[in-house]
Design a protein around this ligand. Structure first.
Ligand code: SF4
Ligand code: SF4
Length: 481
């Protein structure tokens, strides 16, 4: 039995509006809106679109501003470089992002989905615009979808999907640049796919998914695939902001059976709020999983209220408590999220501020504390541990700072290769004139210097030798205590 609908946009009660009675997909063509919320969104989307596409090409401190090179386990985040062994710091970053999202959701509702999610931005700014240019206004697009296949329809659909494919390829390449780096991406673009079959397949896969999702799947992704979308009901509470319909003011709406027209509320049942919704929601039925807080329905309803000469805000961005006339407040959960976020940010700031690009530690080797050579010089055997946390490999030489006297540093290799992102332990023998000792000891600083002469790192070292500064036979091999 077919269902009874009083209006084209009277949505079904028992299923999402994006499915028909038989379970087939109903493609949503939301109408355009004008108004302050639309303007804010357009400006923000334009900025985000540029950021998403251009960010991988921006370089800071000689590195890609944002690089997530999972394959080589190296990450660059706005001038800072991390390796897989920096996982604790990455945990701070990921934890900070997750808690920010929880905090933003608890206070501002689903603001990420409607205002910053790349899917929303690309669909609104690129794919829906292409659709509008090729297939016309929303009502024309609906008509075209329902029309039988013809040469004209096939041509329009063909052009649309060709432009969609071009857009998806650009987005997929930008997406890939975040993970392989722009230099590697350009190298791959210039060479035959046969030389980079894996990366080529990843790019094709990313373009295919983008095309499928942004071109066709759209709001279904938010409803069935996005874990964040499905968590909304537990992340939001009565104090969270959301686009809400003012039931007290709007109801009973016009055309409510059995209610005289002079007794109705401000809602005139024009369905404008439903027509503009990109996810097929009738917000008058309350907060729903499909609502991505895009605020299109607010602008649409405010336009209607303007025509009726009634105040704005029948649908407005407010909290449930705000709708009940209470003053804006924050839940304990929001305060807790904020406190945790502050702790994470302080921890991250401290970790970043104290992080050194090169780490250098030194230990005494587990043999004699010192030995005296036949010529009278003293030798100390040390074990040097160095880590290179940058993205550039270095050739390192060692020296003692501050002209401590005559000395020589001997290693297996005179120049120590320090590979980017790796650490190494090396035996170091420092031979020196015992005259520099004071009561058998001398504080010194061991410095690691790059091939360009730059000081990379330094560490304090205590040189040990005979107490009176002279070599005795009995001193030839003093056990380390
Ligand atoms: S746009 Fe406003 S007046 Fe029109 S149906 Fe929606 S809530 Fe009612
Ligand atoms: S209900 Fe309103 S805010 Fe929610 S998705 Fe639809 S138009 Fe956007």
């Amino acid at each position: 039995m077919s269902e009874v609908r009083h209006h084209q946009f009277d949505l079904p009660e028992d299923r999402p509006a994006s499915f028909d009675e038989t379970g087939h997909r109903v493609y949503i063509h939301p109408s355009d809106t004008k108004g302050p919320w639309r303007l804010r969104r357009t400006v923000l989307y334009a900025v985000l679109l540029v950021i998403f596409l251009v960010l991988p090409w921006v370089r800071l401190n000689g590195h890609q501003a944002l690089l997530l090179d999972v394959a080589h386990r190296r990450f660059a985040v706005f001038g800072l470089t991390f390796w897989a062994h920096d996982a604790p710091m990455l945990l701070f970053v990921i934890g900070g992002f997750a808690i920010s999202l929880l905090f933003a959701t608890a206070v501002l509702g689903r603001v990420w989905c409607g205002w910053a999610c790349p899917q929303t931005v690309f669909i609104d700014m690129v794919f829906r615009r292409i659709e509008g240019w090729v297939e016309g206004k929303p009502h024309e697009r609906r008509k075209l979808d329902l029309a039988p296949m013809s040469a004209g329809k096939a041509a329009r659909k063909g052009v649309k999907w060709a432009l969609f494919t071009a857009a998806a390829l650009v987005i997929a390449h930008s997406f890939l640049a975040y993970f392989v780096g722009t230099e590697e991406l350009m190298r791959m673009v210039r060479t035959s796919p046969a030389e980079n079959p894996a990366s080529f397949l990843v790019m094709l896969g990313a373009a295919g998914i983008t095309l499928f999702d942004f071109g066709w799947f759209r709001e279904q992704f938010c409803m069935v695939a996005c874990p964040y979308g499905r968590l909304q009901s537990v992340l939001m509470d009565e104090t969270s902001l959301a686009p809400l319909y003012d039931v007290k003011r709007g109801e009973p709406r016009k055309f409510t059976p059995g209610v005289a027209n002079d007794k109705v509320g401000d809602c005139i049942s024009c369905y404008r709020c439903v027509q503009v919704c990109p996810t097929g929601v009738d917000i008058r039925r309350g907060v729903q999983l499909e609502c991505v807080a895009c605020t299109a329905c607010i602008d649409a309803c405010d336009e209607v209220m303007d025509k009726l000469k009634k105040p704005h805000g029948l649908i407005r961005y407010d909290s449930i408590t705000g709708m009940q006339g209470e003053k804006r407040s924050f839940s304990i959960r929001s305060v807790l999220y904020f406190a945790i976020l502050c702790v994470i940010l302080v921890g991250l700031g401290t970790a970043v501020a104290t992080r050194k690009p090169y780490q250098m530690t030194i230990n005494r080797a587990p043999d004699a504390a010192y030995a005296v050579l036949s010529g009278g010089d003293v030798v100390n055997h040390l074990r040097l541990h160095m880590a290179n946390q940058t993205f550039e490999s270095e050739l390192v030489t060692l020296r003692l700072a501050d002209h401590v006297g005559r000395y020589k540093i001997v290693m297996a290799k005179n120049v120590l290769p320090l590979v980017a992102g790796e650490s190494s332990t090396t035996d170091v023998f420092i031979t020196f004139d015992p005259a520099m000792l004071d009561h058998g000891t001398r504080a010194a600083t061991l410095e690691a210097v790059s091939a360009r002469g730059a000081l990379l790192a330094s560490v304090d070292v205590k040189l040990l030798g005979p107490e009176d500064g002279h070599a005795h036979d009995s001193d030839h091999e003093k056990e380390h205590d």
